[in-house]
Ligand binder design. Structure first.
Ligand code: OFO
Length: 169
């Protein structure tokens, strides 16, 4: 069994992971409009990763005999109108998710659930990778500035990103 407070924190986090999937799907639409196929591929991979993150917690709650409560997923909102602005928002979103996962870990610590902490360690490490990956993209986009040719070269490079089903936990 799992502590109720921790169960609620996991359920909230599941919602945030699926919201992330939805947000990146919405951002992908923007890059589809710009016909930047490499960026579209980048978001495709990101969408699949977020889905895997949500399902990882979903399956974990089930394994622990917890109640899975799926709430409504909010409408994805972002304001960016350029690749750089959108990636600034991606980074801000990932930082928000990091603090949110840290909160779930705080609850697991509070209720002394070592097994949950072990799982959350995976998510915490994953967030380090996510932030560093997005931070790298942002740095490159800043360097590119208004250089369209360089943007198209980056777009070509981003075609190489592939989704690898993560082994969570
Ligand atoms: Fe689930 O890592 Fe991004 O949000």
């Amino acid at each position: 069994m799992i502590n109720e407070k921790l169960e609620a924190a996991f359920n909230e986090q599941i919602n945030k992971e699926f919201y992330s999937e939805y947000l990146y799907l919405a951002m992908k639409v923007k890059f589809m409009e710009w016909n930047l196929k490499g960026f579209v591929n980048w978001f495709n991979v990101q969408v699949q990763e977020e889905h895997a993150h949500g399902m990882g917690m979903f399956d974990y709650l089930d394994e622990r005999g917890g109640n899975i409560k799926l709430e409504a997923i909010a409408k994805p909102e972002f304001k960016g109108t350029t690749p750089l602005e959108i990636f600034e928002e991606v980074l801000a979103h990932e930082q928000f998710v990091t603090s949110s996962i840290n909160h779930v870990a705080d609850v697991a610590e509070e209720v002394k659930d070592r097994a949950a902490l072990h799982l959350l360690d995976w998510y915490i490490k994953e967030q380090v990778e996510e932030e560093s990956n997005v931070g790298g993209m942002l740095a490159t986009l800043k360097l590119i500035g208004d250089d369209k040719k360089a943007l198209l070269m980056l777009d070509k490079d981003l075609m190489a990103r592939t989704f690898v089903q993560p082994v969570i936990g």
